[in-house]
Design a protein around this ligand. Structure first.
Ligand SMILES: *Cc1c(COP(=O)(O)O)cnc(C)c1O
Length: 403
């Protein structure tokens, strides 16, 4: 993450790639310009050993390219694309593969923005959408789609695991098997995984069979709460379609954002290791607190036997996101949130500073009450994103706040 895709000799010996704050690039000759365009528009196959010629920063830019090469390496995918937000990456993936009459199935709960885009935007474009809960097996969805006569229109399976804020896991392998079954009958269908919570360190969807992996790079990847960005990784064919769509929607990340994110991923593993070990200490402490009635964290027995099985097969670590219930409903949850001193009261997650929020009234305010109830998302729940501070300081802050 510190050397791949950049050689200091290219930029006056600068040890870090400079910010290429430029909109356009000068061609050496008209012939070169013609060749670059032919490759950018797929009229000419790009030789593997030749980098994509620089044309215009909506199509490519060195800062975006260095980051894309590093992200593809980290994820173990053929290619990567950087976006100006996680949502722009996710929506571009969906617009790349779905057409009126097509079917999308997606795990529920999913990130609020993703949920809104699916339920309110895609449906307006004539896409049929089928949400499913973590306990639903692919065979159940297959049966439903068959009954509705739309199984052959299934184009995208979209998973977010662990799910926010309950930390429920979806079995990626079982959905990859379902995708394979449909592909064996020549159906064009892709498996997409939002890997924001655990990746690329603690969950490897490519190895589990995913085609496309989405990130809100705003979260762990950047980890400093100072930018909004998205990353999409995937196989060669999927990425050609996604990058083409990105070129025409025009939602690529700018040079400065790409540069900041390239800086951030140099320390990603160090930060995540520290956040993960801090989170495990906080979970242990919460489990022993008499006022804490339930802790939601991957791999805990209270998440259920099937959940523990999926955790063992799919995750390398339970992560740095914790939800917990306290006695006393909203008023007690608010009292605790208002009493925290070191831990900041804010949404977002994955950053180097710890954050706490109230999912019921904040990030999940838009989810209907009956759905929240079915998901176990109560007014007593607090969600914590654990940072890199001293775990003793974090526990001391929680102790004084919870009382
Ligand atoms: C934040 C988030 C998103 C959206 O990303 P933005 O960078 O805010 O656009 C998508 N999925 C998950 C899981 C997230 O946490």
């Amino acid at each position: 993450m510190m050397t791949h895709g950049y050689n200091p000799e290219w930029s006056e010996g600068a040890i870090k790639a400079p910010i290429f704050q430029t909109s356009t690039f000068v061609f050496k000759t008209a012939e070169e310009g013609k060749r670059f365009f032919a490759m950018a528009y797929g009229k000419l196959e790009k030789p593997l050993d030749e980098p994509m010629g620089l044309i215009y920063s909506r199509i490519n830019n060195p800062n975006m390219q260095i980051l894309e090469e590093r992200m593809a390496l980290y994820e173990g995918s053929d290619d990567a694309a950087i976006f100006e937000s996680g949502m722009s990456g996710i929506s571009t993936v969906m617009l790349s593969f779905l057409r009126p009459g097509d079917v999308l199935v997606f795990s529920n709960p999913t990130y609020g923005g993703t949920h809104h885009f699916i339920q309110h935007v895609l449906t307006d474009f004539g896409i049929k959408v089928y949400p499913f809960h973590s306990t639903v097996h692919p065979d159940d969805i297959k049966k439903t789609l068959k009954e509705d006569g739309v199984l052959d229109r299934l184009r995208l399976i979209y998973l977010e695991t662990p799910a926010n804020p309950t930390n429920e896991l979806i079995d990626i392998t079982s959905w990859a098997n379902f995708r394979d079954e449909l592909r064996a009958q020549q159906q064009d269908v892709r498996l997409v995984v939002d890997n924001t919570y655990l990746g690329p360190i603690w969950q490897k969807p490519v190895e589990l069979g995913a085609d496309v992996i989405c990130y809100s790079a705003t979260k762990f990847l950047n980890g400093h709460s100072d930018l909004i960005a998205g990353v999409v990784c995937g196989d060669k064919d999927s990425m050609i379609a996604i990058k083409t769509m990105r070129t025409f929607i025009g939602n690529m990340a700018g040079p400065h954002t790409s540069w900041l994110l390239t800086r951030s991923i140099e320390t990603l593993k160090l930060r995540m290791d520290r956040q993960g070990s801090n989170a495990q200490k906080v979970v242990e402490w919460l489990l022993n607190h008499p006022k804490v009635t339930r802790v939601y964290y991957p791999g805990l027995a209270t998440q259920g036997e099937e959940q523990v099985r999926i955790f063992r097969e799919q995750c390398l670590h339970p992560g740095a996101m914790i939800s917990f219930d306290v006695e006393g409903g909203e008023s007690e949850a608010f009292r605790i949130l208002n009493s925290l001193k070191l831990i900041k009261l804010a949404v977002s997650l994955g950053s180097n500073e710890s954050l706490a929020q109230h999912p019921y009234s904040m990030t999940h305010a838009d989810v209907p009450d009956d759905v929240k109830e079915a998901l176990n998302l109560t007014e007593s729940m607090i969600r914590l994103s654990v940072g890199i501070e001293s775990s003793e300081d974090l526990i001391a802050d929680l102790a004084q706040a919870i009382g």
